[in-house]
Design a binder for this molecule. Structure first.
Ligand code: 5GP
Ligand code: ZN
Length: 116
């Protein structure tokens, strides 16, 4: 299920190091290399799915698990009650640069709305 030239598949495979903070059967999460907030984690499925547009009904559980991971990470990082933001960019206009779906979990500061 991995794509040869996908950066995040390589992190899943352990071929590229990452500061991994959560692992389950379907999901891993690690700290963003260029954090946009005091806490900035990326939550990704082990399965390669390029964009939101490529999610199929068979992926429902895998995609749902991203939210369960986000909930657990927000709690373990101590920001569940104060609040945090989940973002998933789709394609170029939204700023997607890595084509393996990933949730950004941002927290640890007040976040403005709307985002840019
Ligand atoms: P996107 O722009 O696709 O929504 O988000 C990609 C994210 O991946 C960016 O926030 C970027 O900083 C992060 N990123 C890119 N390369 C790496 C890497 O090698 N390691 C980690 N931990 N994060 C990365
Ligand atoms: Zn991938």
């Amino acid at each position: 299920m991995s794509e040869k030239n996908c950066l995040f598949c390589k992190i899943v495979a352990g071929e590229i190091p990452a500061d991994i903070i959560y692992e389950s059967v379907t999901t891993i999460a690690f700290r963003d290399i260029n954090p946009q907030a005091p806490l900035h984690m990326l939550i990704i499925p082990r399965k390669h799915i390029a964009t939101i547009n490529d999610i199929t009904p068979q992926d429902q559980e895998v995609v749902g698990d991203l939210y369960l991971a986000a909930r657990d990470i927000a709690s373990s990082e101590g920001i569940a009650d104060e609040g945090y933001r989940i973002v998933m960019n789709c394609n170029e206009a939204a700023g997607q640069t890595v084509f393996h779906i990933h949730m950004h979990l941002l927290g640890g500061r007040a976040l403005t709305w709307p985002p840019g």
